[in-house]
Design a protein around this ligand. Structure first.
Ligand SMILES: Cc1ncc(COP(=O)(O)O)c(C=O)c1O
Length: 397
């Protein structure tokens, strides 16, 4: 009856809706989401900050703001997040977005035409497929190994497809937890420059590091303005605030500003101001220390539980940060059937790997496990239940 636009076609597949439905069951132990832990939110600090902001500057904060974003937030983001990482930029290089998700949309608005090619990691963040599908672009998967994007395949695919954009999550990748090493980061920036391709560096997890050495962003090596860096406050403060940032050449930011004007005029000033004040009061380092210690324990519990309960021959990533572990089951498992049984019989949810892949073979034996949303006790209990199911299934095959 309704004549919906073609672009809505692939936006939300029924499989993904099933996963979300399963996760909404209160009895479910959910390793399926990607949310930060409820107990990670700095509620008292945000209460105090909100009170201060409204008392001191309520009229300005509750009025319409400018599309580019709340200037004190852009300044605080540069001072506390960008410059300490050795990345250059001024307020002209930043636009505040309604989450990193909007940053991806605005970049698609600015750069992508129907038929364009975007190179994506295989597997990659589920959310980008729905964004890119809306623009009728072709997402072409690039091979990954245990360290992330494979440079030879990236270069070959650039030459073969002449892409407009490379979308990458270089640090604690969603869904694999993999991190791109230094030399490959330099190489991505070099290839972007050499072949005139935009790199969308989506880096929401970089500050959730529990061990290992900090690595510079790909943006650090950008000599020619081809790299666009997306950051988000979703995972380091709160996703409900809906605040993210794009750092790019001023010319790109101007185009994104035009696109954002038509999308939502500006991101809520109150939540932008909360993030700015959080940074300016110097609260972020201690907050990160606290939440990273909590996540480190959850990650450790999940790793040791997988080792203990999953069938022999299971392979999985051991990330140094982020929120996800990527598991490959032994043999020829039917992961979609296992998902059905896990959610209905064992009451444990995960996301089958195939949903993250343009090339289904890359995720057919895989699943993504999120460790941030459950307590260590629930993590052990859930992994034990999954392990029993997977082991039985493996032995019966
Ligand atoms: C790689 C990646 N990019 C972007 C997002 C969305 O971030 P935001 O909540 O800031 O829109 C997520 C959320 O899970 C993500 O994993």
């Amino acid at each position: 009856m309704y004549k919906f636009a073609n672009r809505m076609g692939e936006v939300s597949s029924s499989a993904v809706r099933e996963i979300f439905k399963a996760m909404a069951d209160p009895e479910m132990i959910s390793f399926g989401g990607g949310s930060p832990a409820n107990e990670s939110f700095p509620i008292d600090e945000i209460k105090g900050i909100t009170d201060k902001l409204l008392s001191e500057n309520g009229h300005q904060i509750l009025q319409y703001g400018i599309t580019e974003g709340w200037k004190p937030l852009k300044e605080a983001y540069l001072k506390h997040i960008v410059h300490p990482k050795g990345i250059k930029g001024t307020v002209e290089n930043v636009i505040v977005t309604t989450g990193a998700s909007q940053g991806i949309h605005l970049l698609a608005d600015a750069f992508l035409e129907p038929g364009d090619v975007v190179l994506v990691e295989s597997p990659t963040f589920l959310g980008v497929f729905s964004t890119f599908n809306k623009y009728f672009v072709k997402s072409v998967p690039v091979e990954m190994d245990e360290h992330g994007l494979v440079m030879e395949d990236l270069e070959a695919k650039i030459k073969e497809h002449n892409p407009k954009m490379i979308y990458t999550i270089p640090t604690f990748q969603n869904p694999t937890g993999r991190t791109l090493p230094l030399e490959r980061r330099k190489k991505v920036a070099e290839l972007a420059s050499q072949f005139n391709v935009i790199v969308l560096e989506d880096d929401p997890y970089c500050d959730l590091r529990y061990s290992g050495e900090v690595l510079p962003a790909i943006k650090t090596f950008d000599q020619t303005g081809h790299v666009v860096l997306l950051n988000s406050f979703a995972k380091i403060i709160s996703p409900g605030l809906r605040v993210g940032t794009v750092l790019a050449e001023a010319e790109i930011i101007q185009k994104l500003t035009v696109a954002k004007q038509g999308a939502d005029t500006h991101t809520a000033t109150l939540t932008q101001a909360i993030c700015a004040e959080f940074l300016e009061q110097g609260l972020l380092p201690d907050h990160l220390k606290k939440i990273n210690a909590m996540y480190a324990e959850k990650l450790h519990t999940m790793i040791t539980s997988i080792e203990k309960y999953f069938p022999e021959g299971t392979k999985f990533t051991k990330p140094e940060g982020g929120l996800f572990i990527w598991v490959e089951l032994p043999g020829e498992p039917d992961v979609l059937a296992l998902f059905e049984r896990a959610t209905s019989e064992s009451k444990v949810a995960f996301v089958p790997g195939i949903h993250f892949c343009k090339n289904p073979d890359d995720g057919i034996k895989h699943l993504r496990l999120n460790f941030s949303s459950s307590t260590p006790e629930k993590i052990e209990e859930g992994i034990k239940k999954l392990g029993e199911l997977f082991t039985k299934d493996f032995e019966e095959r």
